[in-house]
Design a protein around this ligand. Sequence first.
Ligand code: 9D3
Length: 250
Amino acid sequence: MRIDIITIFPDFFRGVFDFGIVRRARAGGLVEVAAHDLREWTHDRHKVVDDRPFGGGDGMVLKPEPIFEAVESLTGGTEAATLRASGVRVVLLSPQGRALTQELAAELARAGRVVVICGRYEGVDERVAEMLATDEISIGDYVLSGGEPAAVVLVDAVTRLVPGALGSETSAVNESFSEGLLDFPNYTRPVEFRGRRVPEVLLSGHHAEVARWRRRAALSKTRRNRPDLFERVSLNDDERASVEQEEENF
Ligand code: 9D3
């Protein structure tokens, strides 16, 4: 799989993909990641990539021509439907996109090729979303200065789902979000730290009790921190009882 990032700040990506699973996937030839300066695809002396919005307003909008030329030179095409049919996903990162989820990341990980367009300023000429992008994606409901930090998030989430990228330590099917619950809490030594002890059940060696505690703790944590996820979890009688009980403990 190859991921090309189109950006006005290619230096933003220097070094960020040189750690952990992404580094290993790149070193192993599973994923290739390259950041490209959008200005390479301008033709004027000042390498202008933006212009004023029609209809008026503050700020500048990224022009369509350099973006279309960039995608064409990287992939050979400029039509979303055609690109998608040939295993290319062209992702426009913007606050107006649909939410990046584990499911969408997995879908992108199955593409042979992903081109990521980083938005900036007040936005990007809408014809990029209308004609060129196969996907318009946001990483969440908060304001970033541009698409670049979102591109780092997307590359990380996608890369670890490319077959072979996760080593023996974990498997992607086994992960938190595939179950619709947050992870259970983990503790390690020391047993007592600054007056706070590890829950006794975890020291007991009773595997069934440990499993029950972990399930309850995961449910409790999910209810507290992610009521949106908790709503969709189906509980058995024991779990329903324990969650009601834990209202007092947690
Ligand atoms: C909705 C905000 N816009 C109102 C005029 C301005 C604006 C804010 C931030 C336009 C672009 C940006 C830059 N953000 C991104 O390019 C972006 C983003 C984000 O801000 N939040 C979550 N995901 C993403 S993906 C790309």
